[in-house]
Design a protein around this ligand. Structure first.
Ligand code: SAM
Length: 278
């Protein structure tokens, strides 16, 4: 099981550019973590100037990850996870949530951030069923052909593919829906896709907020964070069958209990969904 790990250097030299914010550290700052620098916290402050509740965007996303993992582990029988863009280890990581419910769950995390790679190897690979691969998630052909991915996941059995909080950072040449279709085509029947994304609800009430937050992200030194529309995000699921309640605000996707307090306005600007490949 450890061949992929030993095929790569044990000690990875870590070069960290602290002059520029980066996605993983900014997300960590939003989640009140410790693995971030002043330049990353500056992005948080910039978005907080648009709306003081900015951090709720990240919490809605992370809580969706936890609930979606719980659903997959407890309800679908799927025990394999390809978690694209793992992020820095935090309180509840995919493998901990899945393995608590279904101890034989296998998780392959992928990220390309130097700090995530260093911490991920140390903290996310905590048992024989959990592995970390350093690669570019926006190059699906490379991920699907990656030796570590292929070694630890069986593509003849259903897989849960996670793209949580990742594709809004993609502004490359490919259509994100086409990029996702490469992943989806490779998944066997019975697989699931969980995806969350910054959202422009295209209404008078919340669209201006979404666009102002987008502007703050894009003009920060991080430089990414697109708030896409429902048709754009829905297309990324490639026509798979949505699990109820479909593509919805992350906060509304099977919450842990009744939502008594009104949602923060930012909670209208991030959506997620889980879909099944027939
Ligand atoms: N998926 C986690 C979650 O939902 O809580 C973390 C989301 S975090 C906002 C996005 C992660 O994607 C970061 O850790 C970042 O380093 C990673 N990422 C961004 N672009 C990437 C790429 N091209 N290849 C691999 N990882 C990438």
């Amino acid at each position: 099981m450890s061949r992929a790990r030993s095929a790569e250097p044990e000690v990875v030299p870590v070069y960290i550019d602290t002059s520029k914010a980066n996605i993983a550290r900014v997300y960590d700052a939003f989640l009140n973590g410790k693995d971030n620098y002043e330049v990353d916290r500056e992005v948080l402050r910039r978005v907080q100037q648009v709306t003081p509740e900015a951090a709720q965007l990240a919490w809605d996303n992370r809580n969706f990850l936890i609930r979606a993992t719980r659903f997959i582990a407890s309800q679908t029988g799927v025990t394999q996870y390809l978690d694209c863009g793992s992020g820095l280890p935090t309180a509840e990581n995919t493998h901990q949530v899945a393995q608590r419910i279904s101890p034989d769950s296998r998780v392959v995390y992928i990220d390309n951030d130097p700090i995530v790679i260093a911490h991920g190897r140390a903290l996310l690979e905590e048992n024989e069923l959990t592995h970390f691969v350093s690669a570019d998630i926006f190059e699906p052909e490379q991920i699907l052909g990656n030796e570590g991915v292929r070694q630890h996941l069986d593509f003849d059995e259903p897989i849960a593919l996670f793209q949580l909080g990742t594709l809004h950072h993609y502004a490359g040449k490919r259509d994100p829906a086409e990029l996702m279709s490469v992943y989806i085509d490779a998944l066997p029947s019975g697989s699931y896709v969980a995806l969350s994304h910054f959202f422009d609800p295209e209404n008078e009430e919340h669209s201006p907020l979404a666009r102002r937050m987008e502007d703050a992200f894009l003009h920060s030194s991080m430089g990414t964070g697109l708030f896409r529309t429902r048709p754009q995000i829905e297309a990324m699921f490639g026509g798979l069958e949505f699990v109820e309640p479909g593509l919805t605000r992350c906060a509304d996707w099977w919450p842990d209990g009744p939502q008594l307090k009104p949602l923060d306005p930012v909670s209208h600007c991030i959506v997620g969904g889980v879909a099944r490949k027939p």
